[in-house]
Design a binder for this molecule. Structure first.
Ligand code: NAG
Ligand code: NAG
Ligand code: NAG
Ligand code: NAG
Ligand code: NAG
Ligand code: NAG
Ligand code: NAG
Ligand code: NAG
Ligand code: NAG
Ligand code: NAG
Ligand code: NAG
Ligand code: NAG
Length: 337
């Protein structure tokens, strides 16, 4: 019995020792990953333009945690790279993402970076935030982005990206904020975007997108902002739009949308800004629009709408902007407006 007990305690001692060894090898691997991180960052710096070298003069030696724009986690591993508004010039070709395994934030807003986003970006499995706004990035965005399952914010606006929006984007299941506006994206809006259940903000405005608005977007019940203006989207506004019941801003102006405004729009009771102007929408204004009691701004000008304005519009007591011109409405505005 006693020896059995002894064996048992020996066993648990062995377990503790084993855990310690594992812990130590884990620490050792973060240390060696730091060396890898330093090499990756210095290599990238060496390929940037001369002005960037002076901006990044603190990038020297072997302790990246004190370098400009870098924040480390509690293990001393590089967790955030924030070089916003730093006039950094060059490409991302020589930044080996697989050497920055603990990167959580990549913030590059307003620099002079150009070229493509390398497919290796898909290796940043812990990334929750990436912002490349206001640079000169171009070409297609890589399908490998789809493997970033932790990503919550993807902001690529004001660049020169082209090609289609990859359907793999539907695999980024944590995404809350997706902004690809002011680029040269072509093709249609991938229906897979409707799989992004946590999405709050979807901005694809000012691109060259064609095709119709996918019905799957109706699944985005937590979406607050849907901005698709300034494209060449055609076909009708899908009735499924009534499923996006958290919407506060819906801006589809400046497309080639046809058909009537679906009456399901009345489901969007949190809507405060509705802009469908400059399309080819037809038919009457649906009476359900009177349910949008939080509406502050309603723009329908320059369409082909007709009929009498519904008296239910009297209910829109929060309206401060109403633009209905260049349509074929008849009769008078409801008197209370
Ligand atoms: C950049 O620096 C290198 C070496 O210091 C120099 O040879 C080169 O002329 C510089 N280029 C510009 C554009 O200043
Ligand atoms: C980098 O650091 C070394 C020593 O720490 C120093 O001699 C060297 O001048 C530094 N280089 C730059 C570019 O700051
Ligand atoms: C990046 O740094 C700027 C300036 O210090 C700061 O305003 C911004 O919030 C930072 N961004 C992120 C994502 O941490
Ligand atoms: C962009 O960054 C530069 C510094 O490189 C700064 O002077 C400029 O104001 C920034 N522009 C915007 C729009 O933030
Ligand atoms: C990044 O580093 C890994 C491992 O060292 C290497 O296999 C890979 O080719 C590198 N990738 C790039 C784009 O340099
Ligand atoms: C982008 O490139 C254009 C021309 O190639 C240049 O005029 C512009 O300054 C660049 N913008 C940035 C933010 O680097
Ligand atoms: C999304 O992920 C699944 C599972 O990993 C994969 O089979 C599929 O090919 C991915 N879809 C796209 C469009 O990349
Ligand atoms: C999303 O919407 C489509 C079309 O409206 C529907 O067929 C599909 O079942 C929905 N998917 C999910 C995951 O809710
Ligand atoms: C509108 O809302 C009702 C009640 O909440 C719901 O049953 C209906 O499915 C919604 N319509 C659409 C098109 O989502
Ligand atoms: C509508 O807005 C109110 C107040 O901001 C919020 O509490 C509510 O959850 C929103 N409803 C939906 C369906 O998002
Ligand atoms: C959109 O409408 C414009 C003007 O009517 C037309 O030139 C263009 O070809 C249309 N685009 C599509 C994709 O239908
Ligand atoms: C809206 O207005 C109509 C007629 O003007 C009225 O019958 C209806 O009860 C109102 N609905 C709401 C939700 O206030």
């Amino acid at each position: 019995m006693a020896s059995e007990k002894q064996q048992l305690s020996m066993l648990s001692l062995a377990c503790v020792l084993l855990m310690l060894v594992q812990e130590m090898s884990c620490l050792a691997s973060t240390r060696s990953s730091s060396k890898m991180e330093v090499e990756a960052l210095l290599k990238w710096k060496s390929k940037l333009d001369n002005k960037s070298h002076s901006t990044l003069s603190s990038w020297n030696g072997s302790s990246p945690c004190s370098w400009r724009g870098i924040i480390c986690d509690s293990f001393g591993s590089v967790a955030r790279l924030n070089l916003s508004h730093s006039a950094i010039g060059g490409t991302l070709q020589h930044l080996n993402f697989s050497h920055l395994p603990n990167l959580v934030v990549l913030e590059l807003t307003n620099n002079s970076l150009f070229g493509n986003i390398p497919p290796g970006i898909g290796d940043l499995s812990k990334l929750t935030y990436i912002n490349c706004r206001q640079n000169n990035f171009s070409r297609r965005i890589p399908t490998q982005l789809g493997s970033l399952r932790s990503l919550q914010t993807l902001v690529f606006n004001e660049n020169k990206f082209n090609g289609p929006i990859p359907s793999s984007i539907g695999n980024m299941s944590s995404l809350r904020n997706l902004d690809l506006s002011s680029n040269q994206f072509v093709g249609s809006i991938p229906k897979e975007i409707g799989m992004l259940e946590s999405l709050n903000i979807l901005v694809l405005s000012t691109n060259d997108l064609t095709g119709s608005i996918p019905t799957t977007l109706g699944n985005l019940s937590t979406l607050q902002d849907l901005l698709l203006y300034g494209n060449q989207l055609s076909g009708p506004i899908p009735l499924e739009i009534g499923g996006m019941r958290s919407l506060t801003r819906l801006q589809l102006l400046g497309n080639n949308l046809t058909g009537p405004i679906p009456s399901s729009i009345g489901n969007l009771t949190n809507l405060s800004n509705l802009d469908l102007s400059r399309n080819m929408l037809s038919g009457p204004n649906p009476s359900s629009i009177g349910k949008l009691i939080n509406l502050k701004s309603l723009s329908l000008f320059r369409n082909e709408m007709s009929g009498v304005l519904p008296t239910e519009m009297n209910n829109l007591t929060s309206l401060t902007i109403l633009q209905l011109g260049a349509n074929n409405f008849v009769g008078q505005l409801p008197p209370e407006i």
